[in-house]
Design a protein around this ligand. Structure first.
Ligand SMILES: [Zn+2]
Length: 127
């Protein structure tokens, strides 16, 4: 028995196209927040503040060592893949069950598991 939050999971705003927050939600609560933008390490740094050199003060702040960038298109694809995870897991389980039935009985066909697997992949790829 799976312990994960039951599906379906969806990307916030994916159907309505209004919100751009890329939060993966189940029907009741958020599952994951996918980020886009720069990524790297945060480190403490000192900067001088004030209107002139006479009232300059040292101020501690967090700076970021940037190593790369996750563009919004990639982040949306990541969020869609996470949201499709329960569907993919269930479809793969059905495929394995059908494959085992077919190995035991070669005349057995997979009437439902293949379309379900294709639908799960389509959801993950937003097709
Ligand atoms: Zn949102």
């Amino acid at each position: 028995m799976s312990e994960h939050t039951p599906g379906p999971w969806n990307v916030c705003g994916a159907d309505r196209g209004v919100c751009q927050c890329m939060t993966v939600l189940c029907s009741d609560y958020p599952i994951a927040k996918v980020v886009s933008g720069d990524w790297g390490d945060d480190y403490p740094a000192i900067r001088l503040t004030g209107y002139s050199t006479l009232d300059a003060k040292a101020e501690a702040y967090m700076a970021q060592m940037t190593y790369g960038r996750i563009d919004e298109k990639t982040a949306k694809a990541n969020a869609r893949l996470i949201a499709a995870a329960p569907d993919l897991l269930e479809a793969l389980g059905d495929l394995i069950e059908d494959a085992e039935k077919q190995m035991a009985n070669p005349s057995y066909h997979m009437p439902f598991s293949l379309p379900k697997a294709k639908a799960a992949i389509a959801k993950a790829e937003s097709r």
